[in-house]
Design a protein around this ligand. Sequence first.
Ligand code: PMP
Length: 407
Amino acid sequence: MKKIYLDYAATTPVDKKVLEAMLPYFSENFGNAMSVHGFGQEALEAIDEARAKAALFFKCSPSEIIFTSGATESNNLVVKGILRSHNSIARKAEEKPHIITTAFEHHCVLDACKFAKKDGLAEVTFITPNKEGLISVKDIKAAIQPNTILISVMYVNNEIGTVQPIAEIGKLLKKINIERATEKLPKISFHTDATQAINYFNCDVDEIGVDLLSMSAHKIYGPKGVGLLYVRKATAIKRIQDGGDQEYKMRAGTHNVPGIIGLGAAINAIKTPATLKYIKEITQLRDYLIKRVLKEIPKSYLNGSAEKRSPNNANFRFDDVEGEGLILSLDLDGIAASTGSACSSGALDPSHVLLSLGLRHEQAHGSLRLTLGKHTTKQELDIVIVKIKEVVKRLRKISGNVLADFK
Ligand code: PMP
């Protein structure tokens, strides 16, 4: 049975060229980048090259790139590091800092904020998206308080693929921060979790106006266990992990040299003229899939805005069908799909993302996320559409809900 992979938002295969670039750093060039001898210096040079590639991609200075173990770590570093920095400045206990984030962030941002609130370290406002899965700039503006120090809004939602108005928020904050400086109020740092955006959207940090940006190599055809955090110069943030002086003293721990080399090669590969052509092609494939599913399966719906959505994401909901049953059945046919984020699979709680759109529990359980990638073909989608139709029909029959005829 030929397997079909439609879970590129969970992870991507490592590109062959990326793997080739990494391989020497496992064996012959195995030095620790902090060692002063030749082996170490060779590793350090390679890391600096990867850092330069990342800086070119984000249009920032290499010293603003901090390599981490992935987006989970980068996001934790943002929330906890900003609070740590704030709390290290002598402030009265009653001046609790305030964070604004959204109700449908990845759990690494959401839970870091929830714990900060629970532990009494910060006030937090969770902005809910509209039913299309979009955050309003007006809502963000209205939530700002004199003690706000951080706003964290994801660029592209990992479950429903909706694209948030990051550049607009960036523009607004630039203006607000100028006013706040004259009023002697703390600067508001702006962070975006761009993990699902790197392949498709503008990540020029000045153009989108962010101070902090997180990403992960395994979503861009690079290796797992490595990512980075862009930190704009002069941002008030402290490290959260104590130990060595790596990464401008912002992230202690021996460098994952092959991983970092892989991240550099993977991010460099996005900056090619072929990328624009690829984005057009994958958007067409996504639209073909969405159109056919909605037309041919009764009582099927698209979760999240059809327009402001990542070129590779299709997230459906089917009345009277459990998403988990659907995914298990598709897996038996060799089709890899997901109900939402890979991190929450196994848990039968309904998706917090779908609930935040105002869906009922049973609706939030019936979703299917198909995410396309570089190797997806129209032929694969044709097979998958037929299979989804079969499985939905069968599951509805079992649950006693035979709906209108399938087209
Ligand atoms: N943020 C988003 C939006 C993600 O999609 C993911 C991965 N599912 C993460 C953070 C966590 O990234 P990592 O796997 O690198 O820890």
